[in-house]
Write a protein that binds this ligand. Structure first.
Ligand SMILES: *Cc1c(COP(=O)(O)O)cnc(C)c1O
Length: 425
């Protein structure tokens, strides 16, 4: 974008907001920026209208996320090819791995390959329905009785795995005058959720005998420990065969997360259940997985430069002063910090794209600010768009940012603040 035009536009935005007549009265007509600043203070003091604030900050410097719909669709296509066109239950837990639950599900829902969605928290399941998502939604967590009723009334499928399920489902089915639809969650060695595989069969007999459930599926989660995954799968298979032999219901079998999509073709079964791969990040061994099937990062973390300043030799940067200029250099400040989800450890090697160039993060990432080293020439200006993560450069891929910061790519994505504005592009 033309830098001068942007600065002008920003200037107009601020000046325009400052003449909000009601607020200008009694404050005197200072310089436009001064009036805007006092209006901002007045707003926060009086809790004045939000739309006002949005006008004043347009176009924003504050960080935002761009959700790349084409990338999401492409990744669905890749997962589909890797799994011989298995139906995909998209895992959208934890705010769709930071991308935004509603935004992401809205893009995925119309795709034929998407069979439904999986979440862990009841509130997320309800938000999907509130947003108009109509495909099946599976709750992989536990819902308390009243919650469970609300979920089932809105066609959310439950996970069956606890010893109390036969009783609770009987009560619920009676209230609803219909069997409760859900999936049996089998613990084959993960030791986290599900009914332990070695005592699942007698439990299922009791559950099935209630006639209170409609078993739409049976599923498990791998530990993603290469050797043990095979053992887990054997346990799953053995359970499924026994259930089939005695004529009890199994529904669709599903087990593979993104790691399984890439590495465990034997576990693709009736449906796959990936999360992170859909969002364009590799689950386990990025180099190997990129070579098998490259993905496109579907989220872009952006902000605009709010300060450009020249350091003299000996000048330092941020808390702790762990960066001190050894020669004169320019720096740029971005209004994005660790409360937005940009990791503190970004100073250990992450870079930021501004214009055509990458700039290293220096000093310290504080709550709301990060600083990049620009170099001997001021090649960056206030208002420039900066991309901290995204598909725009290999160094900005989530896996590469994670590597550079020593973080897990899961943490990196899922810690993106839910408060960041998100736009689907
Ligand atoms: C999170 C999760 C998934 C998806 O895992 P990814 O590694 O993101 O593909 C699948 N199944 C269960 C039970 C999960 O908790």
């Amino acid at each position: 974008m033309d830098r001068r035009r942007f600065v002008q536009a920003a200037g107009l935005g601020f000046a325009g907001a400052a003449v909000s007549p009601a607020r200008a009265v009694g404050r005197g007509a200072g310089a436009a920026s001064g009036a805007a600043a006092s209006a901002t203070l007045a707003d926060s003091a009086t809790g004045a209208g939000r739309s006002d604030v949005r006008v004043r900050l347009s176009p924003p410097f504050d960080p935002w996320l761009e959700i790349d719909a084409a990338a999401l669709r492409a990744n669905v296509g890749h997962v589909s090819r890797l799994t011989d066109s298995r139906p995909i239950m998209a895992v959208v837990k934890n705010n769709a791995y930071g991308l935004g639950l509603v935004e992401t599900a809205g893009v995925l829902e119309p795709l034929d390959q998407i069979a439904g969605f999986a979440v862990v928290k009841p509130s997320a399941a309800l938000r999907l329905r509130d947003a108009g998502i109509r495909k099946p939604v599976l709750l992989m967590g536990l819902a308390e009785a009243e919650e469970a009723e609300a979920l089932v009334r809105r066609q959310v499928e439950l996970s069956f795995y606890d010893d109390g399920a036969p009783q609770r489902m009987t009560r619920l089915a009676r209230r609803l005058q219909a069997p409760v639809r859900g999936h049996v969650y089998l613990d084959t060695g993960m030791g986290r959720m599900g009914i332990a595989y070695h005592r699942a069969l007698p439990w299922l007999r009791i559950l099935a005998a209630t006639d209170a459930v409609d078993v739409a599926g049976t599923f498990m989660a791998f530990t993603e420990e290469t050797e043990f995954d095979r053992e887990q799968f054997l346990r799953f298979r053995t359970y499924a065969d026994s259930v089939e032999n005695i004529g009890l219901p199994l529904g669709r079998l599903h087990a593979a997360s993104s790691n399984g999509v890439y590495h465990l073709p034997y576990a693709h079964l009736d449906m796959v259940r990936p999360g992170i791969a859909l969002y364009g990040a590799y689950p386990s061994r990025p180099d190997e997985e990129r070579a098998i099937q490259a993905l496109t990062p579907a989220v872009r973390l952006c902000a605009r430069v709010v300060r450009v300043e020249r350091l003299r030799t000996g000048d330092g940067v941020s808390y702790g002063r762990n960066y001190v200029a050894t020669e004169p250099t320019w720096t740029a400040t971005l209004p994005v910090g660790h409360t937005d989800g940009y990791p503190r450890s970004a100073v250990e090697g992450a870079r930021v794209l501004i214009g055509e160039r990458l700039y290293p993060v220096i000093g310290a990432v504080s709550a709301s600010h990060s600083i990049v080293e620009v170099g001997p020439e001021p090649t960056v200006a206030v208002g420039d768009k900066a991309v901290l993560m995204g598909s725009d450069h290999a160094a900005l891929e989530p896996n590469r940012v994670a590597e550079a910061t020593g973080a897990s790519v899961y943490d990196l994505l899922m810690h993106l603040s839910p408060a960041l504005p998100r736009t689907v592009v």
